[in-house]
Design a protein around this ligand. Structure first.
Ligand code: CDP
Length: 246
């Protein structure tokens, strides 16, 4: 029987299919404050991913039985536009969107001082208008900037990246082609950059402990790069309005 040839996702020069290095992120651009009606917002382009995040609140928690007397309730809604993927996405929220909303909301709750706003809710809506893998981390990254833009007190940003394996090599920020590799492992990772606390970690695939150590290190380093871009986006918005001008 002919031996199956393993596809090459990192060539002999260390270059990936799109020319990136193993630990290189796709280009990321974030603009804060793009939706005037919202209390805070952001638009993020991460490779081909395009994401809008809008934040409202803290405001009255409705329906009332969902409120907590101890903290603000984070209501995170991750949605994919029907035209954001090659096969038309059914606009009805599916199980995947519910799961992503849950894990992203839980991650942001670690960053926000929710205990300061009992009986309220914070609505965070993220709309994916173009998706090319890594959209949950793109959503979380944009949402974190939008929360800060809304002036919501936070102990830290939430910054992250996908990390994983394709063609037997550890790589950062997998795109769709890499995520579809036969041996692909995809690990969305998000941290609080100042304490390095992990607030989101999912694993799709199998890795050895050694591979995970390498992937985790590369993932944290790349997340710190994302953090810098987030801070830059916020500074750009507020300096434009004169808040930070000296
Ligand atoms: O986007 P993320 O990597 O966080 O989540 P995923 O469930 O691993 O999805 C990976 C990618 O599959 C998405 O970013 C989309 O590009 C694609 N996808 C799709 O084409 N159609 C869907 N209904 C869902 C995802």
């Amino acid at each position: 029987m002919a031996k199956e040839k393993q596809l090459v996702y990192v060539d002999s020069k260390g270059k990936r299919l799109d020319g990136r290095k193993q630990n290189e992120l796709r280009p990321i651009k974030i603009t804060a404050g793009v939706i005037p009606r919202a209390d805070g917002s952001a638009f993020l382009e991460w490779g081909q991913n395009k994401v809008y995040a809008a934040v409202y609140g803290p405001r009255e928690c409705l329906p009332k039985h969902t409120a907590s007397p101890y903290k603000a309730v984070i209501k995170f809604n991750y949605r994919m536009a029907a035209f954001s993927v090659p096969d038309r996405k059914n606009p009805r929220p599916g199980r995947r969107e519910m799961e992503i909303s849950k894990v992203c909301g839980d991650a942001l709750e670690r960053a926000i001082f929710v205990e300061r706003f009992p009986n309220t809710q914070i609505d965070i809506t993220v709309e994916i208008v173009d998706a090319d893998a890594g959209s949950r981390i793109a959503a979380l990254t944009a949402a974190s900037v939008a929360c800060a833009d809304a002036g919501i007190p936070m102990r830290d940003m939430v910054s992250g990246t996908g990390v994983g394996k394709a063609g037997g090599k550890i790589i950062v920020d997998l795109d769709k082609a890499e995520e579809d590799a036969p041996d692909a492992v995809d690990v969305p990772l998000a941290i609080l950059p100042n304490s390095k606390e992990i607030v989101l970690l999912q694993l799709d695939g199998v890795m050895t402990q050694k591979e995970w150590k390498e992937a985790y290190k590369a993932g944290v380093e790349a997340s710190m790069e994302v953090y810098e871009i987030q801070k830059k986006a916020l500074k750009a918005k507020f300096s434009e309005k004169g808040v930070e001008k000296k």
